[in-house]
Design a protein around this ligand. Structure first.
Ligand SMILES: Cc1cc2nc3c(=O)[nH]c(=O)nc-3n(C[C@H](O)[C@H](O)[C@H](O)COP(=O)(O)OP(=O)(O)OC[C@H]3O[C@@H](n4cnc5c(N)ncnc54)[C@H](O)[C@@H]3O)c2cc1C
Length: 407
């Protein structure tokens, strides 16, 4: 019979996504002993977005990591354009943002997470346990005192003064904690697939809109990561129409892909990603705080979820690191994180719900050959393009790093 290994640290973070890795990095940097537990063996997963926003790049600068970060392979997008009913239109202009980097960096998320973890590992207070899946919370007298996790070596119990749930939109942490979740109906899902890229393909754009449908292409060097927005529950109908019809649909959006859509030769190459928007009523209880998608699942609309998750992590470190260095924090301390991050989250989720409605009712693509009024305004008045740039690039209430540093 295998024995249960018991370990102890100051802070356990469940999940090594953007929220968890950034919180782990910042807390370790502040001298807080921290262990990040990630259920996968690496960060190489397809379904993550790739956008690193100007506010995150500003943080990288504040942390002294920017120059090295920008040496990683990435694309810099200074203006987001959309292709609406065949017309290319400007949507957001980042060049006048009050930040050091006036662009969105598109970088595969695994490169971003590997970068962050390699820097975090330089702090002796940091531990990253891969292939470690949290299966339960340890609760004593109503206080969360740690986690139980499965590892290739058997089960472990890891006790801590604080557990941070950063385990994303399918979080088990908030379910185990008994938190109430408010679900917002989402009328869309996304089909996720790869198509190879050629050198003379056009530059990355915001997306291809056509009569209420949307195709997003993320440049991943030698291939396009494609996201095709479909009505929720509509995959069955798409399958029933057959693969050639689906290939043709994709080629109708982005004609330059027509010679390569046959690469989608099998339905197994097309993954259905369910989109959710939800938010916890309470993000914390004694000994536990949820951040990122675990506290508020974000839709891909606007590509802002990663940034928001990182902002939560920064606020967590800013508000808790000092106290956590010497011992536990109270639930009132944890509530300060929710109080700081809740309204930006609410605002962004409200905009995402609006975008979904706009997209499924077909208003995002205007009439058959016309552009929606808002898009026409952006075309006529270039200075207006700074507004979406601010919302997407910085977000409401951008956080700045001011937790303590021990290095
Ligand atoms: C189809 C789609 C496309 C998107 N595209 C974009 C985009 O382009 N730009 C953008 O900004 N946002 C995008 N988003 C939203 C974005 O992915 C999320 O908002 C963001 O990833 C949230 O980060 P997170 O760290 O909170 O959670 P996640 O990125 O989900 O990370 C959670 C981590 O926890 C781990 N984990 C889960 N359970 C456990 C467990 N029990 N034990 C241990 N580890 C666990 C997971 O393996 C994962 O690594 C997209 C979302 C969807 C659905």
């Amino acid at each position: 019979m295998s024995t249960l290994e018991k370990l102890q640290t100051r802070c356990v973070i469940i999940g090594g996504g953007p929220a968890g890795m950034m919180a782990g990095y910042l807390l370790a940097r502040a001298g807080v002993p921290v262990a990040v537990l990630e259920k996968h063996g690496d960060f190489n997963r397809d379904f993550r977005g790739d956008t690193i926003h100007p506010s995150t790049l500003e943080l990288m600068h504040e942390l002294g990591l920017l120059d090295e970060f920008l040496k990683q392979p990435h694309q810099e997008v200074r203006e987001l354009r959309g292709v609406i009913n065949g017309q290319t239109v400007p949507i957001a202009d980042f060049t006048r943002l009050p930040t050091r980097c006036k662009f969105i960096a598109f970088m595969p998320q695994w490169d971003f997470l590997n970068f962050l973890s390699s820097h975090a590992k330089r702090f002796r207070t940091f531990q990253l346990l891969m292939q470690t899946e949290v299966v339960d919370l340890l609760i004593e007298n109503e206080r969360v005192i740690g986690v139980r996790a499965k590892t290739p070596r058997g089960e472990i119990e890891l006790r801590a003064d604080l557990v941070i749930g950063a385990d994303g939109r399918h979080s088990t942490t908030h379910t185990r904690a008994g938190f109430k979740l408010h679900e917002f109906g989402v009328p869309i899902d996304v089909l996720w697939m790869r198509i190879s890229k050629k050198q003379d393909d056009p530059e990355q754009s915001f997306g291809f809109f056509q009569h209420g449908k949307l195709l997003v292409l993320l440049d991943r060097g030698d291939y396009w990561q494609c996201g095709f927005v479909i009505p929720k529950g509509g995959f069955g109908e798409i399958k029933a129409r057959g693969l050639p019809q689906f290939q043709n649909d994709i080629a109708t959006f982005a004609g330059f892909l027509r010679d390569r859509v046959p690469e989608l030769s099998d339905w197994s190459k097309i993954k259905l990603l369910t989109v959710q928007i939800n938010r916890l009523r309470d993000w914390c209880r004694e000994g536990l705080l949820c951040i990122g998608d675990a506290a508020h699942a974000m839709s891909p609309a606007g590509g802002v979820g990663i940034n928001l998750a990182i902002q939560d992590a920064v606020a967590t470190a800013n508000l808790l690191a000092e106290k956590l260095r010497s011992g536990p924090v109270t639930v009132d301390d944890l509530r300060k994180v929710q109080a700081r991050r809740e309204w930006p989250t609410r605002l962004i989720q409200r905009v995402q719900v609006f975008i979904h409605h706009w997209a499924v009712t077909g208003r995002a693509s205007g009439g058959r050959n016309s552009l929606p009024f808002v898009v026409r305004l952006l075309k006529w008045f270039p200075s207006l393009r700074q507004l979406p740039a601010r919302f997407i690039g910085l977000g409401p209430r951008p956080e700045h790093f001011h937790s303590p540093t021990t290095v």
